[in-house]
Design a protein around this ligand. Structure first.
Ligand SMILES: Nc1ncnc2c1ncn2[C@@H]1O[C@H](COP(=O)(O)OP(=O)(O)OP(=O)(O)O)[C@@H](O)[C@H]1O
Length: 294
């Protein structure tokens, strides 16, 4: 994937080779914005929040968030720790339902259906909106059974050719060639990066429309992380990817749109990724991406 540099200054503590100085005013590290990012102008909206608030007991974690997330694109959520990124992600497939202290008001639409309507089954919703977590978490089962799991619990194992479905998902997660001769071995025996791709295979096997990823590479070494980034670029041909990341370089490399949340759960700016990193409208976003806080 080619890229160009936006010369965004950061607080990186690198040292000026000519002067030996370490000065943010002089030193500029670069955030590379992906040149091949897809335009979002003509994309349909697949997930839309309308004045969404999420509380944990009396504490507000998301503050009136309104956003339209485009289909078949990568949308990144960035912002300082505790600003509500994971809370937002969990509100999309109602994983917050599992947290007793959490309550929601406002609206969250998946393809024009409010997922908080009474007639929505959260389990069925999560088949359409899969999730990949920060630490790879395969089941203590074989590679094959990890991938087949979702189809079996849906009762679809008899309807589909399970072998073909497992192969398709493993190919989709760029793991097939590495594991095709060891499908009966434990998923836990794979490397961390392979385990994360196995979790992606498990997430895509039931054929979701959206894949939520919460810092999917932060527990991985750089090579394994880079493979996941390449994979995300392929997944978005078929799926919508919404990714929370602490890594601004990563957001700039892989996403088409970026949402910047700030403390208090406010969505401060949401735009094409190049605009966010090269020409943000909000001064607080500029301060955040240039490392003045967060
Ligand atoms: N299960 C919970 N119970 C109570 N409060 C919570 C819970 N989960 C999150 N919070 C609070 O909600 C706010 C938003 O948290 P959240 O994890 O969504 O932020 P984040 O931006 O994803 O943070 P990080 O980048 O550190 O993962 C924080 O103040 C956090 O302490």
């Amino acid at each position: 994937m080619s890229s160009h540099s936006s010369s965004t200054p950061t607080t990186d503590e690198s040292t000026d080779r000519t002067t030996g100085a370490s000065d943010d005013a002089i030193i500029q590290t670069e955030i590379d914005v992906d040149d091949n990012s897809r335009s979002t102008d003509d994309a349909e909206t697949i997930v839309r929040a309308e004045r969404l608030n999420v509380y944990y007991n009396d504490d507000r974690a998301l503050d009136d968030v309104t956003i339209e997330i485009p289909e078949n694109r990568v949308t990144a959520m960035i912002g300082p720790s505790g600003c509500g990124k994971s809370t937002f992600l969990r509100s999309i497939n109602r994983m917050n339902d599992r947290i007793p202290a959490a309550s929601v008001d406002g609206e969250l639409y998946f393809r024009e259906k409010n997922v908080y309507d009474e007639d929505v089954d959260p389990v069925a919703l999560r088949r359409k909106i899969g999730q990949v977590f920060q630490s790879p978490n395969p089941f203590p089962k074989s590679i094959y059974d990890n991938v087949a799991y979702g189809l079996r619990v849906q009762g679809k194992a008899d309807e589909v050719d399970l072998d073909a479905a497992v192969e398709r998902a493993l190919r989709g997660a760029a793991l097939w060639d590495e594991v095709k001769d060891q499908l009966d071995e434990s998923g836990l025996d794979l490397s961390g990066g392979q385990q994360q791709r196995l979790c992606i295979a498990r997430a895509i096997a039931p054929d979701p429309e959206v894949i939520l990823m919460d810092e999917p590479t932060s527990a991985l070494d750089p090579v394994a992380a880079s493979k996941i980034e390449d994979l995300i670029d392929e997944l978005v041909e078929e799926y919508t990817v919404i990714i929370v990341t602490h890594n601004m370089q990563q957001a700039a490399r892989i996403s088409d749109r970026t949402a910047v949340f700030l403390t208090g759960g406010e969505l401060v700016e949401f735009d094409e990724t190049a605009t966010i990193f090269e020409n943000p409208a909000d001064d607080r976003v500029e301060d955040y991406i240039t490392g003045k806080f967060g």
